[in-house]
Write a protein that binds this ligand. Structure first.
Ligand code: CP
Ligand code: NVA
Length: 342
């Protein structure tokens, strides 16, 4: 695949998909598909020896951390994992100072943490590409994985209807709206009134939609939202870093928006289910068990039936985290020509 081979993203940060054109996003998806094909075929893409990346995680992670590490190692790079308690960041050393130090040692820096302004600040001072591994507001690497998964399944993205049920004002809801608006998908957020993305972001996305042909709908009606949907997605009701006190209210207010077999039936047989994971689809987790006992429930945002169904593509989606994260590193570190050469 040679499409987009001349797209130059070298030196760019990857902080939110708002910063990327539809063509650039499509290029990253094409690159990820090519890297995935090469990995499956056993064709190495490992011309990054001697380069190193820093992985800062102020919140926990399974997929994102493993994806960055495996992607970097596949390509011959070294990694340093900085866990929440193991660095000076924010405690004894400012973000700006940390950025200037790490920028002298590493070729790229991944950051997962709290406010988007932190990753923006890191990027401002680092002098090397900074990649957002999740903030309260955005989860852009997850979006590439989701779009690749959807494209692999349907063969296209434009014109598909993607419905997000649940807390749509946090990183996943915001990011889906941005990504769909950029790439021309019909985005529907289905939630109670106070769970929608903020008006400013909605307006920005409506502007993107004018060029891409996307539509943006915010509705409380599950039937309206889900009918004819191609992709049904959700996320946990309480995100990392939120206080324990919010669980009760979230469970009460968001339970009607759970993805159930009835919801998937309304969408139709062709619809797929996506979830960034981790997911509370049963009680086999510490928190799930605790909530099950406290509130007499056996699942939260999605039933086990849907999660385990043939319509659920969550593990394809999880795998694609690695291929898409690899594409982000290749594109922003440069030398992507070598990827297409082999
Ligand atoms: N989806 C996702 O970001 O997973 P992790 O929190 O495990 O990285
Ligand atoms: N909204 C979730 C996403 C986890 C990948 C969180 O921020 O915890």
């Amino acid at each position: 695949m040679e499409a987009g081979n001349n797209m130059d993203l070298k030196g760019r940060n990857f902080l939110t998909l708002k910063d990327f054109t539809p063509e650039e996003i499509t290029y990253l998806l094409d690159l990820a598909a090519e890297l995935k094909r090469k990995k499956k075929a056993g064709i190495p893409v490992d011309h990054y020896h001697g380069k190193n990346v820093a992985l800062i995680f102020e919140k926990s992670s399974t997929r994102t951390r493993c994806s960055f590490e495996v992607a970097a190692h596949d390509m011959g790079m070294g990694t340093t994992y900085l866990e929440p308690s193991s660095s000076q960041i924010g405690k004894k050393e400012s973000i700006a100072d940390t950025a200037r130090v790490l920028g002298r040692i590493y070729e790229g820096i991944e950051y997962r943490g709290f406010g988007q302004e932190i990753v923006e600040e890191l990027a401002k001072y680092a002098g090397v590409p900074v990649w957002n591994g999740l903030t309260n507001e955005y989860h852009p690497t997850q979006m590439l994985a989701d779009m690749l998964t959807i494209r692999e399944h349907f063969g296209t993205l434009k014109g598909l209807k993607l419905v997000y049920l649940g807390d749509a004002r946090y990183n996943m809801g915001n990011s889906y709206m941005v990504t769909c608006a950029k790439l021309g998908l019909d985005f529907v957020a289905c939630a109670p009134n106070n769970y929608f993305p903020n008006q400013e972001l909605v307006k920005e996305c409506e502007e993107y939609a004018k060029t891409s042909g996307a539509t943006i709908t915010l509705t409380g009606s599950i039937e309206e939202a889900v009918r004819g949907a191609d992709v049904v997605c959700t996320d946990v009701w309480v995100s990392m870093g939120e206080p324990d006190e919010v669980w009760e209210q979230r469970i009460r207010e968001l339970t009607p928006y759970k993805v159930t077999a009835e919801v998937m039936k309304m969408a139709g047989e062709k619809a797929i289910f996506l979830h960034c994971l981790p997911s509370f689809h049963d009680l086999r987790t510490k928190i799930g068990k605790e909530m099950g006992e406290r509130f007499g429930i056996k699942d939260m945002e999605v039933t086990d039936e849907v999660f385990e169904s043939a319509q659920s593509k969550v593990f394809d989606e999880a795998e694609n985290r690695m291929h898409t994260i690899k594409a982000v590193m290749v594109a922003t570190l440069g030398e992507q020509g070598t990827v297409y050469a082999g």
